[in-house]
Design a protein around this ligand. Sequence first.
Ligand code: DON
Length: 582
Amino acid sequence: MKTLLIPIYTILLLNLLWHSCSEPTINKVSIQDQIKKEAVADHAGIASAHPAASLIGLEILEEGGNAVDAAIATQFALAVCYPVAGNIGGGGFMVLRNADGTTDALDFREMAPGAAHKDMYLDPEGNVIKGLSTNGHLASGVPGTVSGMIEAFDKYSALKDWSKLLNPSIELARNGVELTIREAKALNRYKERFEKVNTRPSRFVKNSEWLPGEILKQPELAQVLEAIRDNGFDGFYKGWVADSIVAEMQRGGGIITHEDLSNYEAKWRKPLIGQYKGNTIISMPPPSSGGIALQQLLGSIEPYDIGNYGFHSKEAIHLMIEAERRVYADRATHLGDSDYYNVPLEGLITDEYNNDRMSTFDPQKASLSSDIEAGTPVPYESEETTHFSIVDEKGNAVSVTTTINTGYGSKVVVGGAGFFLNNEMDDFSAKPGVPNYFGLVGNEANKIQPGKRMLSSMTPTIVLNSDQELKIVVGTPGGSTIITSVFQTIVNILDFEMDATEATQACRFHHQWLPDATFYEPDCFSDDMIKSLSDMGHTLKSRAEVTGGSGLIGKIETIIKRADGKLEIAADRRADDTALGY
Ligand code: DON
């Protein structure tokens, strides 16, 4: 790739010049103090991955914006203060449930560029080239976030003031955002990877270590946000920002063109709506696998009295693992972008189908994934991510999961425009049966095709009680673990009767069919529990030992509307997530 030809010292020198005029400032009041894990509110609430973004969203709510207005402002704020996953260079999904009872789902998932093809990540021998779909310019799909926000604004904004939603983020980008401990560490950890793929200096790399409390200013990103504020779709997908993206692609061997950008289209989809023990589950249809898989998981365990088994009892864990094993086998075979592949959606979510899948469930013994294959549902007949949950004063609820895929996406910052591009192409199946970054396998349904959207696990979800009243708004990042984390949080609330904080902070586990192992968070299971599950035939692995990282699973943001009308808002303990309300 051309990037490799650029002498590294040129980039280092440019970075030195870039940063030499602004000495780091250390703020007296740490942003750490603004991180807040729970709130109880009378009117409205928000939980997002970063305190600055939650605050911007809250202010929009207080100023009369509805949940969609707050979501748009929060999305742009996260693009500034949470570059590891917040984005304008990626995509996502929004699930809405309005106070009048109507529901909607917005798909702003990235699309494969026009020049993408099925074998683009294979070498001449047909083997997957490691890293090509995750790092650098070829890893990016055409970004959908900006188009998505515009669609959401046009259809649902109460404020009807686009500038008002963008201005706080423009200010944040220009004046700078204080780094949390976690962010400073992450930027330091990724420095070499940034240097390896970037063709221009970026604000995210400097000579000395980033310190917590230091201010990260992003004037180029401020200009991009101004272009979006002043020119809407054309401000990003045409004009100088599009020119910068295409120039970046050409410098780094990527394939996104002007045509790809101007053809990008966010799509309104019919939300996937199902039932679980009298509650209504509203979630995302394809190109996410999340909604279907969540409904399959809930449908699979519904006949069992899991509430009485007890939270993290051997019986409950075993049942959930066995449901997860079967559902992820289906995901690998049957799910992909329904605009390109006939997903047997209705067939997969029927009770009969999931009961049949669970007919091989043995309450005493683990199945082997090698014995479990995808089922045969009734065929189709016509027909590092971040999440935020918001409820406004009128009771409108919005659940948004948005992503550039892994931490800092492709690591490529668009030269002169200062934002990271996604590495979402890795969510396609690069080769049948070969695991992607998250260890997920896929096949025909999720093969690469120009214009197609890569299969996602993102599961932004809203739950109504049996009176059709708002009950839960929930979602999380976490790649393949998203579905199981949302599943477990919903079961924690509905079956184990936990409040928002308990349900969110409870430890989690995950099984995805292949590899045939259950991964658990640190300190999640006692030695006795591990032994008794192993005796049943389960393979259990500490996620920390396998991944080498913290081993934590997901960053859930939960809002529960209580029977007394108050909102319980919980932000995950696992990172800087912040819950606010009024
Ligand atoms: O859409 C998906 O399923 C993935 N690109 C999500 C990635 C993710 O959650 C990374 N965050 N931890």
